[in-house]
Design a protein. Structure first.
Length: 258
C-alpha cells in the first residue's frame, strides 16, 4: 500500500469517482446535484487542489475497482494551500465556517485546507489513517505550512443522534486566538448534554478514525457544527497549528524542519 500525489487529470477523476462511491452510494449524499453527474463528485476546487491517493498495489481484487497505474485506488484527500485559495475565490471551508478572522489574526502563518477525505469501507483502519496523515505531514513540511484546517464529518443530519460525540468534541475548544465560529445562519449547538454526563471513552469509540487521529495530534475544534444536507453529514471544523502538535508524534512522522 502506498500514498502519493495525483499526477494527471485522469487520476483526479479517479479520486472523484471514489468520492462518489463513498459519499453518494454509501453515505447517501444527494445525487441530484450537478456536481455528481457521471457518477463523479466534483466542484470548482478540484482544479486548484492537490490530491493525495492511497493505492493498494498489485492487481485489484474487485471487478468494479477504481484503478490507477499502480493498483486500486482506496482512499483520497485533497489539499488547498492558502496562496492558491486566495487567488481563486477562497477556501471551501468558508461556506460553513467564518475562518477569515482567524487568517487575519495570524498574518505570518500559512494555512492548508484539508478536505474531501474518503477511504473505502474495508480499508478504514488505523494503518490507512496513519498513511494519510504521513502524506499530509510530508506535504506540510515540503510546502512550509503552519496551520491545517478543514471540515470533518459525522454521518447523518440529526445532531441529537450524535449528542455524545458533539458534546465531547466541544470540549476541544481552542484558545481565543484560534477560535472559529460556524456561520451564524448555519450554526448548530454542539453542547447537547451536560459535561458531567460525557463518557470520553464511549465518545471516542463513536468518532470516525480520522477525527480521533486529529484529536490525538492535538487539534482544536471550532465553535458550532454545520449540517450539510447535500452530503448527509454534520460537519465540525478541525484546526491544527503545527505548533500545537504533540511532540511525541514527531518521532514517528518527522520533525517540522526535517
Amino acid at each position: 500500500m502506498i500514498l502519493r500525489q495525483a499526477v494527471s487529470a485522469g487520476e483526479i477523476e479517479a479520486c472523484q469517482r471514489l468520492r462518489y462511491r463513498v459519499f453518494y452510494e454509501e453515505r447517501g449524499a444527494s445525487a441530484e446535484s450537478v456536481s455528481c453527474q457521471g457518477q463523479i463528485d466534483s466542484d470548482r476546487f478540484d482544479a486548484i487542489c492537490d490530491h493525495l491517493l492511497v493505492v493498494q498495489t498489485g492487481d485489484a481484487q474487485s471487478p468494479d475497482a477504481i484503478t490507477v497505474a499502480d493498483g486500486e485506488l482506496i482512499g483520497t484527500y485533497r489539499l488547498l494551500r492558502q496562496e492558491v485559495a486566495e487567488v481563486n475565490g477562497g477556501f471551501y471551508t468558508q461556506g460553513e465556517f467564518d475562518i477569515a478572522p482567524l487568517i487575519r489574526a495570524h498574518p505570518g502563518l500559512r494555512f492548508l485546507e484539508l478536505g474531501r477525505s474518503c477511504v473505502l469501507r474495508p480499508f478504514r483502519t488505523k494503518p490507512v489513517v496513519e498513511l494519510l496523515w504521513q502524506g499530509i505531514w510530508n506535504y506540510v513540511r515540503a510546502h512550509g505550512m503552519h496551520v491545517m484546517l478543514g471540515c470533518a464529518s459525522l454521518d447523518g443530519t440529526e445532531p441529537d443522534a450524535h449528542a455524545l460525540a458533539l458534546s465531547f468534541l466541544a470540549q476541544a475548544a481552542p484558545p481565543a486566538e484560534w477560535n472559529v465560529r460556524a456561520l451564524p445562519d448555519r450554526r448548530v449547538e454542539m453542547k447537547r448534554i451536560p459535561t458531567a454526563d460525557i463518557d470520553p471513552r464511549r465518545a471516542l469509540k463513536d468518532l470516525p478514525p480520522l477525527i480521533k487521529g486529529y484529536l490525538r495530534l492535538g487539534c482544536y475544534i471550532g465553535d458550532g457544527a454545520v449540517i450539510d444536507h447535500q452530503f448527509n453529514t454534520i460537519d465540525v471544523l478541525i484546526i491544527l497549528p503545527v505548533s500545537a502538535i504533540n511532540a511525541r508524534y514527531f518521532a514517528h512522522f518527522g520533525q517540522p524542519n526535517d
